[in-house]
Design a protein around this ligand. Structure first.
Ligand SMILES: NC(=O)c1ccc[n+]([C@@H]2O[C@H](COP(=O)([O-])OP(=O)(O)OC[C@H]3O[C@@H](n4cnc5c(N)ncnc54)[C@H](O)[C@@H]3O)[C@@H](O)[C@H]2O)c1
Length: 459
């Protein structure tokens, strides 16, 4: 099949790469020339600057110029295309609704090009972006208004998780395809022929609107589950003496009906999708007069969770942040990615700066550079106080407190590095419960404060 992916971000680039690996002729299109040049180079550094996913560079190197091509000229690649995958950003507006500006702009330019195509074979426009229920229909309207002929619209939401994007795209749990007619289902079954009769992958064919709804309900459910553990489990551990949150979690999740995933309490879930998707679903449901209390609670618990350890440090550990140097370890929203979108560290750092810290020593194995773009001093002079380091040890040197804000493996069992580098009085704030041997630290007069437990301080 000849496929075009529109947008070469996490979703578009990974989809293009994996489809090219399966032997389709793939053209990855983007308006960002810098990205097209970086991906066309086949070199790790420029590619990973934009999308850093394990295994991705290898696929690009193997298929580049054979089954995978990059372009910023849609007209030049359009003829003979079977499917166009829309992989565009769909961020939130301030009121929670979905901002379709990028999506609509891309749809308009595709429509203009399609209206002029010579080859009139059936073509499907497929939404991979997470878009409000009804957007496939909206896309159909844009195409029709330009006089595009012989096309169908489909919804095929993407479920990959950053950090494991390539593995997820190669072996998804399910492929959800929403189309209006058998002709379009057939085109997409050809695109996904390796998944259609797979023993473990569910291939689900439904209406475009149901497919759109599946994506929102799935992400909202995942965030609600995380918020349940943070809003209930963690709070029991923090407020009821002698409750061990790790044992609580194990005891509860030993029930096959209850997932282990999401039960690890934390300083909130970040990333480009959860917050915006739950906000969008709240907005969409309010418009049809459906109560959104439960979804609002999930969202609020998650936002509160990002910074409340800092408030607990003041009230429970009597820590004064004013003029202190605090190390923040783990800047990206999770391990194995350099994506800073909606990362908990952003709220953590802003809160610390608001409390008058003298300096922030920041470290992430992959995201120092993307973090520096987020904390651009030209946007906020306080960001001058942030310095970036090449290792956790260097970052904590000279600090009086540290905050672990992501689940990078290297922070696990990190107590020896802390003991060897800084001296008490010292406050360790553990937003991910990454330091299982915290007793060692406390026995050496460090104060340990983690999500899910009462503060532990030297006698
Ligand atoms: N990132 C994830 O983990 C993930 C997972 C599942 C679903 N999604 C959804 O997929 C969609 C894309 O997410 P992403 O993270 O890949 O976004 P992204 O911001 O990483 O990439 C979007 C790309 O679109 C390009 N673009 C913008 N306007 C364009 C235009 N007019 N024409 C062509 N290209 C254009 C941008 O240059 C960018 O490269 C979103 O709706 C998101 O919610 C994301």
């Amino acid at each position: 099949m000849k496929i075009i992916t529109v947008g070469t971000g996490y979703v578009g680039l990974v989809h293009a790469a994996v489809c090219s690996e399966y032997g389709h002729e793939v053209h990855a299109y983007d308006i960002d020339r810098e990205k097209i040049d970086a991906f066309s180079s086949g070199l790790s550094e420029p590619i990973e600057k934009f999308v850093n996913e394990p295994g991705l560079v290898n696929i690009i190197r193997e298929t580049l110029g054979k089954s995978l091509h990059f372009s910023d000229d849609l007209e030049a690649i359009i003829e003979g295309t079977d499917a166009i995958f829309m992989c565009l950003p769909t961020p939130s507006n301030i009121d929670g609704s979905t901002n379709l500006t990028f999506y609509d702009a891309a749809a308009e330019s595709i429509a203009e090009v399609l209206a002029k195509r010579k080859d009139k074979r059936r073509l499907v426009l497929v939404n991979k972006s997470t878009v409000p229920i009804g957007t496939a229909r909206h896309l159909e309207g844009i195409m029709k208004s330009h006089g595009v002929e012989n096309f169908g619209v489909a919804s095929n939401p993407e479920f990959l998780a950053e950090g494991t994007a390539v593995a997820d795209a190669r072996r998804p749990d399910r492929v959800v395809v929403g189309c209006d007619c058998e002709e379009d289902f057939t085109i997409l079954r050809r695109v996904y022929s390796q998944f259609v009769h797979h023993v473990r992958i569910k291939y689900i064919q439904t209406t475009p609107e149901t497919a759109e709804a599946i994506k929102y309900v799935a992400n909202t459910m995942l965030l609600t589950y995380i918020s349940f553990w943070n809003g209930v489990g963690a709070k029991i551990g923090e407020n009821m003496p002698n409750v061990n949150i790790d044992d609580l979690r194990l005891g509860v999740t030993s029930d096959d009906r209850i997932s282990t995933w999401g039960s690890f309490v934390s300083n909130g879930a970040g990333g480009s999708c959860f917050g915006k998707d739950i906000s969008s679903l709240i907005y969409q449901l309010r418009r049809v007069n459906v109560s959104t209390k439960m979804l609002e609670a999930s969202f609020e618990v998650n936002e509160h969770q990002k910074v409340y350890l800092i408030d607990r440090a003041i009230t429970e550990a009597d820590f004064k942040f004013n003029n202190k140097t605090v190390a923040v370890l783990g800047l990206a929203f999770k391990k194995h990615t350099n994506d800073m979108r909606d990362a908990s560290s952003i709220k953590v750092i802003e809160s610390l700066l608001g409390k008058g810290v003298a300096a922030i020593h920041a470290y992430d194995p992959l995201a120092n550079e993307t973090a520096a773009d987020v904390f651009d001093p030209s946007k906020n002079a306080l960001f001058e106080k942030i310095k970036y380091f090449d290792s956790a040890k260097e970052a904590i040197t000279g600090s009086q407190a540290l905050f672990v804000s992501s689940d990078c493996e290297e922070f696990r069992g990190f107590s020896r590095t802390i003991e060897d580098t800084v001296s008490p009085p010292y406050l360790v704030m553990d937003g991910r419960r990454m330091i299982p041997d915290y007793n060692e630290l406390v026995s050496k007069s460090f104060t340990y404060l983690a999500v899910g437990s009462m503060v532990m301080r030297p006698d």
